[in-house]
Design a protein around this ligand. Sequence first.
Ligand SMILES: [Zn+2]
Length: 65
Amino acid sequence: MIKNPANANASTDAMGVDSEAAAATAKRAALSARKIAQERRDRVLATCPSCYTNLPATGECGYCA
Ligand SMILES: [Zn+2]
């Protein structure tokens, strides 16, 4: 059986698409991981150190301030 060069090209193209999709997925995963880390940091900052109540955007605790 003779290998069809068109099939070889098709499989190379498919691999190229796969690696592009994998790169896009990795990029998206990195972005969402960064977003989750950022949200976690914001949550830590937005908690009163005295009573651990969630603080509003002003950063002032309604109980302790
Ligand atoms: Zn407080």
